[in-house]
Design a binder for this molecule. Structure first.
Ligand code: GLV
Ligand code: MN
Ligand code: MN
Ligand code: MN
Length: 414
């Protein structure tokens, strides 16, 4: 239940939206949306902006060796902090809200505390984690995974993007190879406000999602090698066509999702041919498969079925293939008391609430094994995300940020 000394505090939605729009200028795309790939020049600009805001708010800023940013507000006592975190990197065709909202709502909580003079019992930390999207470097949730120790720092620093750029060098280049040890903050609990990125809240006419968990994620890259030849002269029966095999894998992936059913989703998001020419049979293909399910057994079944399909397709076409795991996370359940707290706070504030699982991956899932963790979702218009059209209304942002504020301050008094 909300605490008498802070229950009257409310976020300033104009200030929060103003910061969202300002951050959206770093990497702004023509026609709307943002491209702020992790550790790019635009990411540096966004990070600089967030660090400036943290400093303006008087937070002690630390940057760790994987580039995670943390702004620390002391509490009345030197206890483990309540952490409010998310990310500011985007996919190449990103919106203004994914990740950014969670970080800036955290800063808004701090701004409200500064304005009111109210000092919570526990410290509060606002965190922006490196490379949540996995759009440039795999795996996704990389910074939060290193922070929580589920990914080794040295391994992470050596990861390359598809052009061969190495994380350690890119961090240094943009000035964000920090000194702090990842995991230097021992969280009391973790909250992440995020746009739903799916259609459920909007379709059901509900404003707040109390997120119960995140589905498991399996990312695999396949490289298929065939024989390049002339498109006009090579009889169909003599082809070893990497492009045909890759297309067949995409069809098989859809078939596997339908076969498993029950919320199994499968996406072939990358499909690159080499050469990529109108009259040449492709010698090689690189494709990625993203599979997700809330049920680990079903996810494993989907992985096994797809592996069988790929082996059969490549054998029939007479091409070779290699596979590489880019990311693998088991489904995560959030702490029931934290989920209940979010639902209770939202209802006290007169909001309609739905308990729901997350289809997207989030930094919060890295915290769930180590401390009480939960997420607040707000509706995504048309269920659209990872798209420049991504939009959440100011009213919904205000509602979600007020739930975050009161839930976080409740925990900060424990
Ligand atoms: C990360 O944003 C993911 O869910 O793919
Ligand atoms: Mn996100
Ligand atoms: Mn995202
Ligand atoms: Mn995500």
């Amino acid at each position: 239940m909300t605490h008498p000394t802070f229950s009257n505090l409310r976020i300033d939605s104009d200030r929060l939206l103003g910061r969202l729009m300002s951050l959206g200028q770093d990497g702004a795309l023509e026609g709307g949306g943002v491209c702020r790939l992790a550790l790019s020049d635009k990411d540096k600009l966004g990070r600089d902006r967030v660090v400036d805001w943290m400093k303006e708010l008087g937070l002690r800023v630390t940057i760790d060796k994987i580039g995670n940013l943390m702004g620390f507000l002391p509490g009345r006592e030197d206890l483990s902090p309540v952490v409010l975190g998310s990310h500011i990197d985007t996919v190449a065709t990103g919106g203004l809200y994914d990740g950014n909202l969670g970080v800036l709502a955290g800063l808004e909580v701090i701004s409200v505390l500064k304005d009111s003079g109210y000092v919570p019992l526990r410290p509060i930390v606002v965190a922006a984690f490196t490379n949540e999207e996995g759009a440039r470097f795999a795996p996704d949730m990389l910074g939060s995974a290193v922070d929580r120790g589920s990914l080794d720092l040295e391994t992470a620093l050596a990861i390359k993007d598809s052009d061969g750029f190495v994380i350690a060098e890119e961090l240094a280049r943009i000035g964000y190879a920090g000194e702090a040890e990842p995991g230097h903050i021992d969280p009391y609990c973790f909250f992440e406000l995020h746009v739903e990125q799916g259609p459920v809240l909007e379709e059901e006419g509900e404003q707040i999602g109390a997120v119960t968990g995140v589905q498991g994620i399996s990312w695999t890259e396949y490289v298929i090698e065939g024989i390049s030849n002339h498109a006009g002269t090579t009889p169909m029966r003599l082809r070893h066509d990497a492009g045909f095999a890759a297309a067949s894998v995409a069809v098989a992936a859809r078939k596997v999702a339908e076969e498993i059913g029950d919320g199994q989703v499968v996406t072939v998001g990358v499909n690159e041919l080499n050469p990529n020419l109108v009259n040449v049979i492709a010698r090689s293909a690189r494709l990625t498969v993203d599979m997700r399910n809330i049920d680990e057994q079903k996810l494993q079944q989907a992985e096994k079925r797809l592996a069988e399909e790929i082996a059969a397709i490549c054998k029939a076409e007479g091409v070779r293939y290699t596979s590489r795991t880019l990311a693998r996370f088991e489904p995560v359940m959030f702490d029931q008391n934290m989920v209940d707290l979010i639902a209770d706070v939202a209802m006290e504030q007169g909001r309609s609430v739905r308990c729901m699982s997350s289809g997207a991956g989030h930094d919060a899932q890295m915290f769930a094994p180590v401390c009480p963790t939960a997420m607040v979702f707000v509706p995504s218009q048309g269920g659209i995300s990872h798209n420049i059209e991504e939009y959440t209304s100011p009213e919904d942002i205000k509602a979600g940020a007020n739930v975050l504020l009161q839930a976080a301050l409740t925990k900060a008094e424990e």
